[in-house]
Design a protein around this ligand. Structure first.
Ligand code: 1PR
Length: 551
């Protein structure tokens, strides 16, 4: 009988280990779990994934008694791979937690990206270009200068030419804004990636396979070396609104201004619009080159125990074949289960992470939390979903989904809220507006403007904003550029522009006329009007750097 070769995985802090396991299985290896320091001794190949805070990770490892055995594993010359904070652990320490030492194999420190002229965290697909590509060993562990890899982090090992190379390290770098940082390193039996190979499509699977098979150095065909285009690509996201239809099946649906019921045509009669099956559609968009897939559970499957939420199964199945980041939104909040048990938001999120989600997206609950935050005089309670999830999984795992509505007024003095002068006055001739936050899928408005909301959630530790616009949703008329610019001006965390995309030109427009970090489309993809690859091609033809799907 054929026995699958194994790799040992050290899951010391709750993390999204599922996608890594799926990726390892995909390349033909079985995972064995490290549960105690003794298990490390039995490991031949060891992978250390890392999420969240540097200090938290390292002190957990230390407390668990793992640091010594990891050091021994490495010095015995056995294969070791560190991912994300797992790579950072190889360094002396990190600015993120000055008092907690790293393994110290590399004598420099991890630093925070500067956010003067760019969003932090750095989220998206960037390069890993071997600084030694001119040598015989042009590539290590299958990395290609022409490929793109998925990064999500606020701290990085900033690159100083020659320093690590002089100590025998192979180094691959990426550039974010003006800063060049380390994307991957290797020396002898050690391999580390700042990016997430398990979320980096075929390019990432290639790196994992090369590590597992011990395929350290490769020489590359010339076109793969010359194909390099360093830097962060324009991120294009496909979003699936998921709900149960009237016959109880989970379907992808899509509304107009958040109304998902049919108004005309054969389907008329108020049925929930059914555009397809969530898992199949996610896979289709992955293969078209979507940089991320977002699922929004727009009804909260009310009569079902939390652990049986159909969305969990959708994530489990999707993450088996879709190797790009998956975000899940809808119902991430403190919850009372069907049997009366209280389930804190953090536990709800954990179920999703364990099922294959990489980020959770919080909607209504973020608005309520922001209201409390201002009521308390901008004091953090430490108890909100955003804070607790961000503490445990890192801010990059927490997205806040904002559902604002435009409210026209006569002038800035007509309201206490932050207004902007719009180029699109309403029929009554009013040319000022503010954006009012809503909850419960837009069904209820609150006395809060979008700027107040995004600033509050940034302070609470959200890592990214998914910026919808109810007026634009399903309109095919392009993104709300005024709203996006206004939000971008008020925060440092990345923004995903959403609502209104109707054709590839709208993506070029939003990247040209705003500083948005990503753009999301739904209806135009679901209705089959355009594919994600058509959007990417269009962007590329118009001079934008994009990642194309690698087959
Ligand atoms: O409040 O934490 O339970 O989260 C609920 C989530 O579900 C929120 O993210 C909210 O935006 C979303 N949601 C709730 N009701 C609806 C609805 O449509 N009835 N969907 C809904 C919102 C918004 C978009 C959409 C874009 C792009 N969907 O993400 O995909 O507007 O559409 P387009 O490209 O077709 O214009 P909670």
């Amino acid at each position: 009988t054929f026995i699958m070769p194994t790799v040992h995985l050290l899951d010391y802090v709750a993390g999204n280990i599922r996608s890594l396991v799926n990726a390892i299985n995909q390349v033909g290896y079985e995972v064995e779990w490290i549960k105690s320091p003794e298990d490390v001794k039995n490991a031949d190949k060891l992978i250390l994934p890392g999420v969240g805070h540097f200090g938290h990770c390292l002190s957990q490892l230390d407390k668990g008694g793992f640091l010594g055995p990891i050091r021994e594993h490495i010095s015995a010359g056995k294969p070791f791979m560190g991912i994300c904070v797992g790579l950072q652990a190889l360094f002396q320490g990190s600015e993120e937690d000055a008092d907690v030492p790293g393994l110290g194999l590399i004598p420099t420190r991890i630093q925070k990206f500067d956010d003067v002229a760019k969003s932090v965290p750095h989220i998206g697909w960037n390069s890993a270009v071997n600084t030694g590509a001119a040598s015989q060993e042009q590539s290590f562990y299958g990395l290609r200068p022409s490929s793109k890899y998925y990064y999500i982090h606020s701290y990085a090992a900033l690159y100083e030419p020659g320093v690590l190379e002089k100590d025998g390290w192979s180094v691959a770098t990426a550039t974010y804004g003006e800063q060049e940082f380390i994307g991957a390193i290797s020396r002898g039996n050690i391999f580390g990636t700042q990016f997430h190979p398990e979320k980096s499509g075929i390019a990432g699977l290639r790196a994992i396979r090369a590590f597992l098979t011990g395929d350290h150095f490769q020489s590359l065909p010339q076109e793969l070396i010359e194909g390099k285009a360093d830097g962060l690509t324009r991120r294009v996201i496909a979003c699936l609104d998921v709900r149960t239809n009237d016959s109880g099946d989970l379907v992808v649906t899509k509304g107009d201004q958040y109304d998902v019921r049919e108004k005309s045509g054969v389907e008329a009669g108020g049925h929930v619009r059914n555009l397809g099956k969530p898992v199949d559609m996610a896979k289709k968009y992955y293969e078209q080159g979507a940089d991320e897939v977002t699922f929004l559970n727009i009804t909260s499957f009310r009569n079902c125990p939390v652990a049986d939420t159909p969305m969990l199964e959708i994530l489990r199945r999707t993450s088996e074949t879709v190797f790009v980041p998956l975000t899940i939104g809808g119902g991430i909040k403190d919850t009372v289960d069907t049997d009366g048990t209280q389930i804190p938001a953090l536990d709800v999120a954990t179920m999703y992470f364990k099922s294959g989600a990489d980020k959770v997206s919080i909607g209504s609950d973020a608005v309520f939390a922001a209201e409390d935050y201002y009521q308390a005089g901008k004091k953090l309670s430490g108890l909100t979903a955003i804070e607790t999830i961000s503490q445990a999984y890192g801010k990059q795992a927490v997205v806040v989904s904002v559902d604002p509505k435009r409210v026209y007024v006569d002038g800035p003095d007509s309201t206490d809220h932050h207004t902007l002068k719009t180029a699109y006055p309403n029929a009554a001739g009013q040319s000022y507006c503010w954006y009012q936050c809503t909850v419960k899928g837009g069904r209820e408005t609150r006395d809060m403007d979008v700027r107040q909301l995004v600033q509050a959630v940034e302070a609470m530790g959200a890592g990214e904003i998914l910026l919808n616009c109810i007026d634009k949703d399903g309109s095919n008329s392009g993104f709300d550029l005024e709203l996006i610019n206004d939000v971008k001006e008020s925060i440092k965390i990345p923004v995903i522009a959403s609502s209104g995309a109707g054709n590839p030109g709208h993506f070029a427009e939003v990247f040209n006329q705003t500083t948005t970090d990503a753009a999301l489309g739904a209806g135009m993809f679901h209705r089959g009007e355009y594919t994600v690859s058509q959007v990417k091609d269009y962007l590329q033809d118009n001079g934008f750097l994009v990642r194309q799907f690698e087959a």
